[in-house]
Design a protein around this ligand. Sequence first.
Ligand SMILES: [Zn+2]
Length: 89
Amino acid sequence: MTIKKIPMRTCVACHTTRPKRELVRIVRKVDGQLMIDRRGKVSGRGAYLCPTRDCVAEALKSHRIERALEVALSPELLHELEQLGGGAE
Ligand SMILES: [Zn+2]
């Protein structure tokens, strides 16, 4: 019997380890642009975040994503992130 291993990742804001697919992946693509990778398929360096208002707010306030990925967030991406945290609660 094999146990299927679930890939786990850590949120950059609250440092909770959760299954990868429960987190939002922000990826720095090879061209240096950041984007939200909704399918987990984009290659590049990634940072993970819970899709909650608290974690999004904390990540933005403390510049966690910029620090993790060493790139500034574009206004468009900032807006997209704010939408993530502002949804159903
Ligand atoms: Zn979190």
